[in-house]
Design a protein around this ligand. Structure first.
Ligand code: SF4
Length: 554
């Protein structure tokens, strides 16, 4: 009998009745999905990534790079701040087509977490010594207040950890699907307009939860920010606490959740609650618990907390937090006051104790260990023993006697750190880029240095605040979407029709500002692209057009 190729119509009584399809699920643990749905989830389930530290110290450091299990190398090493770095000489066109092992070198990038950006002189000296001895003098300041080394060998890790930990520094969970560094105000504890110093809450979170296996297997990275002042890019974090005065209960913190940039950018949303300082660690742990249990684990690119917050909405998120994780209701609270422009603390400023702090800019966060060693000498010679890193790839020297500030400004200039920088140097950041990053498509740091030098030469007296964020790929580590000029690295068509390094341009973004200012994402316009070669001329043209067309007082 011939079989008809025409499918049965739905109402055909002869059509076999299928069981309703089970929802596929997003891999949420709280809904019973415990089987890993992708290789990353498998690696985490097979062995807690924190366990790899013992293997590094007992096996890999002795037997060398070739002995490293690939699942440890490309998976679990990140939980200890280690990524393989990109092999030199592989151009961005091959980033997407080569296998991970073809791109990687046998050297590592190592991230040191500096929670709250707070460093003592002793810690600064250890960071500088490690850089010179083990990292070929590299020590970039990242836009998350970390220090990032390159050229690290696995053989040196036990000694590096010994030295870092001897001064209270760590690389634990500096990368990986876990709670990363907690951003904090670089002037916490000294700012004149700070009402509550949130440092105790940051310290408590780090003490209780960093390296704790209850949070070492999250669906993706988890970024935090806790500050009284609005001087961190708080909306770009999974969780943020901002200082606020409650009319009845006094000073506390306004809670935001679900921010993140990358390829699907979303700004964090207010939960509308007021959290006193002593409750911040518990509330933080409640939000991380929701992420661990309800976060999506099927697709890596839908696994950040922002997707859950977007799907649930803030009312449901708050309800689950209160009922399932805290066991009590949170108090409603007012929104924090937002400034009219981002605060970067560059220059000389008074502290509340009468001393001063001085904020200085390297170029695109690039410093060397030698420079940091000289910085430690300069800091000590000016009567201070505290330095802070900022989320804008800059640094501050605290506690300077007022009569020593000018001498300090000169001494910093002498080591390449400028406390009175041009608008270009002050506002330009760059991610790691093709020099070391395996995901990069274009060079960033060197391009940034060249861009700043060219613009300082050609537009020396440019007098407006401007932010330029240079990124080597769509991942937006240097916050592409929230700059006046955001640059996303990609291949573009060059003058001779060949593909060359270039950037998609986003214009007019900003963070940390009151409504009515430019807070939000920059506009990405299809035709707005430039080759990397032409970037300085491109930015110069934009700046000149802005100067010619700006309004009085703008
Ligand atoms: Fe690497 Fe891309 Fe992040 Fe830059 S934005 S550091 S190139 S992943």
């Amino acid at each position: 009998m011939a079989v008809s190729s025409i499918p049965a119509r739905p109402e055909d009584p002869a059509r076999p009745v299928r069981a309703p399809r089970r929802p596929r699920g997003e891999g949420q643990w709280a809904l019973g999905h415990r089987e890993p749905l992708n290789p990353n989830e498998r690696i985490k389930k097979d062995d807690d990534p924190l366990n790899v530290r013992a293997r590094i110290e007992n096996i890999y450091a002795h037997r060398g790079f070739a002995s490293i299990d690939p699942q440890d190398l490309r998976g679990r090493f990140r939980w200890w701040g280690l990524y393989t770095q990109r092999k030199a000489g592989i151009d961005g066109g091959r980033t997407a087509v080569l296998e991970p092992h073809e791109l990687e070198d046998e050297f590592f990038m190592l991230r040191v977490r500096v929670d709250g950006g707070q460093l003592s002189l002793a810690q600064l000296r250890v960071i500088a010594d490690i850089s010179r001895e083990f990292a070929r003098d590299t020590a970039d300041i990242t836009d998350r207040q970390n220090i990032q080394y390159h050229w690290i060998r696995v053989e040196d890790m036990p000694e590096i950890w010994r030295r870092l930990e001897s001064v209270g520094l760590q690389t634990t969970e500096a990368c990986g699907d876990c709670p990363r560094i907690v951003l904090g105000s670089p002037v916490a504890g000294v700012a004149r307009d700070e009402v509550v110093d949130p440092t105790p809450a940051i310290d408590e979170i780090v003490r209780r939860y960093v390296g704790d296996k209850q949070f070492s297997n999250l669906p993706r990275k988890f970024k935090s920010s806790i500050s009284w002042l609005v001087d961190t890019p708080y909306e770009a974090n999974d969780i943020a606490f901002l200082g606020v005065e409650h009319p009845e209960h006094g000073p506390g913190f306004d809670l935001w959740v679900g921010g993140g940039l990358s390829t699907n950018p979303m700004l964090a949303k207010r939960l509308g609650v007021w959290v006193p300082l002593h409750e911040v660690p518990d509330v933080w742990a409640g939000v991380v618990g929701i992420f661990r249990d309800y976060g999506y684990r099927r697709l890596r690119n839908r696994a950040r907390l922002k997707f859950l917050v977007a799907d649930w909405g803030v009312e449901k998120f708050r309800e689950v937090l209160e009922k399932e994780y805290l066991g009590r209701a949170l108090l409603d609270g007012p929104p924090a006051d937002l400034p009219t422009k981002p605060i970067d603390h560059i220059g000389v400023h008074p502290q509340r104790d009468g001393r001063h702090y001085v904020g200085a800019a390297p170029v695109v966060g690039r410093v060397s260990g030698s420079q940091l060693a000289r910085l430690a000498d300069v800091v000590e010679a000016h009567g201070s023993d505290r330095v802070r890193l900022t989320p804008y790839q800059k640094l501050l020297v605290l506690d300077v006697p007022p009569e020593r500030t000018e001498s300090l400004v000169e001494a910093l200039r002498g080591i390449g750190l400028e406390a009175r920088p041009s608008a270009w140097r002050r506002g330009t950041m760059a991610c790691t880029g093709i020099e070391y990053c395996k995901l990069a498509i274009v060079e960033t740091k060197a391009r940034g240095e060249e861009l700043v030098a060219r613009l300082e030469q050609r537009l020396r007296d440019f007098d407006a605040d401007i932010s330029i964020h240079i990124n080597g790929c769509p991942n937006a580590c240097a916050r592409t979407q929230v700059a006046d000029i955001g640059l996303k690295g990609q291949l573009v068509v060059g003058p001779d029709r060949r593909q060359v390094e270039g950037f998609q341009v986003h214009l007019g973004g900003g963070l940390g500002m009151a409504e009515g200012q430019t807070a939000g994402f920059g506009r990405k316009l299809r035709g707005l692209k430039t080759t990397a070669e032409e970037l300085p001329e491109y930015v110069e043209r934009l700046a000149r057009r802005y100067l010619a067309g700006r309004n009085e007082g703008e």
